[in-house]
Design a protein around this ligand. Structure first.
Ligand code: GDP
Ligand code: CO
Length: 395
């Protein structure tokens, strides 16, 4: 594929945050006698390079009661060499939706000769492994893994580790276009191929997000992401003294990390997870607060934001969902030790204006799941590995 070279990189402490890079063309052909890297601001990412990274990558699909057709489409869009890991929190009573997901996945894998893993978030064996490893922040009062998208993501990334993958990407199960999923993963690979540090992250920005209202309208910005990005940028500006618009992917559900980075980050519960990743990176490596990982500080963190060619269309889950999502997103910034009084005040004003908070209320605290590195992950991994056969869709 052809992709814009990063036009500008903002540096905060040891974080290198690249401005958005657009995919110029989805394919760059087999011939290698094409422009030298960086000519005219465009980089060619060779097909072998993409395949090489796909082979080292697991794609985690968190799913909760999505339409089966959408889920199937998403799986069919993941490049063949990636390991698919489905973590489901779908219902099991009455209609066993988890079973239906498993059957659909199995059929796809059977016909295409690929392996995949599928686990239920409430599997007691996973909770037990987490408990033994001291992973209390992942568990609820009932002793099982808590509800929530990020809880599913954390299980997925642990399984990716069990499967010895070096990269882990996340793709939502409610995407309408399998072709877009294919592009997301290729963009992950492209980003990783440009990283200098073993600690890297790629976040997807979609070109357009169509809305159906009368006719089809290709919106450039979702409302939640626009607001989240603004406040993340303000947080950065308040520390550097220079206004910035570098953050454009605060709510990117589609994103990927090197395992090295994924295992040292804490995760915010539920829908706060994506913006919290950035907040946590700024806190730990932005050079303002003391770091607990001096080794990582030395190598730096590379963050890429890649704008797709494909439009993004996913299930619309209603106004209430959007309000809740915004509340979760801005709470991560509000409760950061980096946040000043001014930043906090602006967030409260915004949340009241968007009817996510009532006058006089404060954003609720964010439940944090500690980083996998903080618990006895060796024990956790070996326990999950013992059970691995149970999670494979094909014998
Ligand atoms: P949005 O796209 O950010 O508005 O959020 P969605 O509601 O579409 O959720 C993103 C993805 O997470 C979808 O694939 C959901 O099915 C999935 N998801 C939501 N809640 C949970 C959960 O509790 N556990 C798991 N494993 N996945 C979830
Ligand atoms: Co969605």
């Amino acid at each position: 594929m052809f992709i814009e070279s990063p036009r500008y990189t903002e540096r905060f402490g040891s974080v290198r945050m690249n401005h958005v890079q657009t995919v110029v063309s989805l394919d760059s052909g087999a011939k290698s006698d094409l422009p030298p890297p960086g000519a005219m601001g465009v980089i060619k990412i060779a097909e072998e390079t993409i395949k090489d990274f796909e082979n080292k990558m697991a794609i985690v699909i968190p799913v909760k009661d999505e339409k089966l057709k959408l889920f199937e489409g998403v799986v069919s869009g993941v490049p063949h060499d990636c390991l698919v890991i489905v973590v489901s929190n779908s219902q099991r009573e009455k209609v066993d939706r988890f079973r239906m997901e498993g059957d659909a996945l199995k059929q796809l894998c059977h016909f295409t000769f690929r392996q995949a893993l599928i686990a239920h978030q409430k599997d007691p064996a996973i909770a037990e492994a987490a408990m033994e490893a001291g992973y209390d922040s992942l568990l609820g009062e009932d002793g099982l893994v808590r509800d929530g998208k990020s809880e599913g993501m954390v299980i997925g990334l642990l399984m990716a580790k069990v499967a010895d993958k070096e990269y882990v990407g996340f793709v939502d199960a409610d995407n309408y276009f399998p072709g877009a999923v294919l592009e997301y993963v290729r963009n992950f690979a492209a980003g990783f191929s440009l990283a200098q540090s073993p600690y890297s992250m790629v976040r997807i920005l979609w070109h357009y997000k169509p809305k159906i209202s009368g006719g089809l309208y290709f919106r450039k910005w979702g409302r939640t992401s626009e607001i989240t990005n603004k406040h993340l940028n303000d947080l950065i500006s308040s520390k550097t003294g220079f206004e910035t618009e570098v953050v454009r992917t605060g709510n990117a559900g589609e994103h990927a990390m090197s395992m090295n980075l994924a295992e040292i980050l804490p995760y915010a519960s539920g829908y706060a997870v994506e913006p919290q990743e950035l907040v946590s990176i700024f806190e730990s490596f932005g050079g303002i607060l003391p770091t607990k990982e001096p080794k990582v500080m030395g190598q730096g963190i590379d963050i890429f934001q890649i704008e797709t060619r494909n439009p993004h269309l996913h299930e619309e889950k209603g106004e209430e969902h959007v309000r809740n999502m915004l509340l979760c997103s801005l709470s991560t910034i509000y409760h950061s030790p980096l946040s000043s009084e001014e930043i906090k005040q602006a967030i409260v004003t915004e949340l009241v204006r968007q009817q996510s908070l009532k006058e006089g209320e404060e954003p609720p605290p964010v439940h944090m799941i500690c980083s996998p590195k903080k618990v006895d992950s060796k024990k956790l991994i070996s326990k999950l590995r013992e059970d691995l056969d149970k999670y494979r869709v094909l014998p």
